[in-house]
Design a protein around this ligand. Structure first.
Ligand code: DAK
Length: 257
């Protein structure tokens, strides 16, 4: 399979499996990734999704340059839309998405990681947007999300120079949330997702929806959305359960209803 999906309880691990090309993504892989993510987004039994790459060398070394080489304008437009759909799924599906960046995350690979809610990197990870070296620029959301994750000036530096950065620099600049030794990366990602999967899924979904508005749009309207989503949680059994569990000094059992 081009894209592997493994379940570990309520957690789904999605692996881009093309190590011979450092998990570079061509149209087949992108379409399959989109299809698998659509299924996971709709599956209420899945509480968190991890995205990673097969092998020890790469997360995703970018969009497939050999595939892109011959594209015309209309094909490039469709290719961009496919990448945007994959990014939108990672960014907006109603459950947390975590990138386990286990090596090169370049170009479209870095953009996929940026579309995830959280990013964990191995000490050997290398991230960057080297598209300018190919005569293009980041087109899967990188011109927007890199600046939101870090700062506009830092994002411009990385996009304009195409410089690759190591895990420690990525951590210092807010590009990743944490760095772990390579053999521990997946264990740490699963531990994090176990923690997330134990929370109220509706609370997480609504928090994600509200927080995705934090760096865009009208602030007052976003606060109104926050107020609406917050109030809606009081119609859920999970809110009753969470607060009852606190009062009764026990662990809550959230059901997503
Ligand atoms: N595409 C295709 N093949 C790739 C690849 C890529 N991005 N990255 C690596 N490979 C392949 C290599 O070609 C090689 O395969 P063979 O030629 O041996 O068959 C194999 O993976 C191993 O790579 P290397 O031999 O190069 O391995 P090294 O350790 O020496 O170097 C490297 C690792 C990651 C530094 C190097 O492979 C490299 O520089 N790769 C390219 C990285 C890169 O430039 N990534 C950005 C690609 S551009 C769009 C939206 C988005 C995008 C485009 C359009 N629209 C809106 C339309 C996104 C663009 C990109 O991602």
């Amino acid at each position: 399979m081009a894209i592997d999906v493994e379940r570990s309880g309520a957690i789904a691990v999605v692996t881009v499996n093309r190590p011979e090309a450092l998990n570079a993504i061509d149209v087949e892989h992108a379409a399959e990734l989109r299809d698998r993510l659509e299924e996971l987004a709709a599956d209420e039994a899945v509480r968190a999704v991890i995205l990673t790459g097969a092998g020890e060398k790469a997360f995703v070394a970018g969009a497939d340059i050999k595939y892109m080489h011959g594209l015309g304008v209309l094909e490039a437009r469709r290719w961009g839309e496919l990448g945007h759909r994959v990014g939108a799924l990672l960014e907006t599906m109603p459950k947390p998405t975590v990138a386990a960046v286990n090596g090169f995350a370049l170009g479209g690979g870095c953009e996929l990681a940026l579309a995830c809610d959280l990013r964990l990197a191995s000490t050997s990870a290398k991230l960057g947007q080297p598209e300018v070296n190919l005569g293009i620029f980041p087109g899967w959301g990188g011109t927007q999300r890199l600046a939101r994750a870090t700062s506009l000036a830092y994002a411009k530096e990385l996009v304009f120079t195409g410089r690759m950065v190591g895990a420690e620099e990525a951590l210092a600049r807010g590009l990743v949330n944490a760095v772990h030794e390579a053999p521990e990366l997946m264990t740490k990602a699963l531990e994090l997702c176990d923690t997330l999967a134990a929370k109220g899924p509706l609370a997480l979904a609504y928090a994600k929806e509200a927080m995705n508005l934090a760096l865009q749009g009208d602030h007052a309207e976003s606060l109104e959305t926050e107020a609406r989503l917050f109030a809606m949680l009081f119609a859920t059994a999970d809110q009753k359960e969470g607060m009852a569990a606190f009062v009764e000094k026990r662990e809550p059992r959230f059901r997503g209803s």
